[in-house]
Design a protein around this ligand. Sequence first.
Ligand code: SF4
Ligand code: SF4
Length: 285
Amino acid sequence: MDRNNQDLKDEIIRFCRERGADLVGFAPVERWDEAGEVPPEFRPRALWPFSRTVIVMGIPMLLPIVETTPSVLHKELYTVVNRKLDTLAYDLSRFLNGNGYASSFFGRDTYANLKALREEPMAAFSHVMAAKYAGLGTIGVSHCLLTKDFGPRVRFVSVFTAAILPGDPLLTEELCIKCGACAKCCPKQALIMHKDSVIGNYDKAACLEMHEELVRRRSYPCGICTKVCPVGEDRKLYSEKGIQKKYLREAEALAADPDDPAYSSWTHIRKWGNLRDAPAKDKKG
Ligand code: SF4
Ligand code: SF4
């Protein structure tokens, strides 16, 4: 391993952590070609030919707020995390450029709106695959990247650089335990488990339909599949006895009694400051 490149890698990790990145991983661009999972035009070198390494940064979505989804509070967290990631990626790109390594970044949520995703349900670059190739986690039934620290409650951004940096080892063990909670709790039944593989079927159109409803109620995004996932050290911090059963019962319990006291802290946050239905002018359209 090139000593100077390890020094540069250490300096980048310090830079990212000091600015608020909880997870930092390094993926040599060859990993996209070796794995062959991502279509060639979506790979780093097709986007920016100078790319030799993709640096992926992650920051968490806080579990107590994720549990209130769908809510304006959850929407606010999502916006803050996305903005922070974009700022981190911009700052790191400038830092690397200033040190003589051509660099650029792919922003966090690069689609115009959900209509664009309905027309073309794919982003120009996948941060989930980048995070996997940077050794930060494995993809679960929910099609989210699960991490040891935060399960799927983490968002990522990617910086492309001409610097050749040592890659982090890929995780060899699946983090998803196939408990099925994400599939059972999905309000649109968008996740179908497979017996023989971890990653199951994901009905993007059904998931998108849920998000379209939530955009109309100004409570986008959904994220119920990330809320209920038992994987992640963050759960220990907020540990609550019987939480998995509580998640699994939630939809039925609230359908029977919207004021069920077991869910009152979440329903209180959903109730106040949130639209209960789509605004009239949205409905007409
Ligand atoms: S985001 Fe919501 S609708 Fe989409 S798969 Fe997850 S739980 Fe289902
Ligand atoms: S909820 Fe269970 S099945 Fe779904 S991703 Fe998490 S561990 Fe896997």
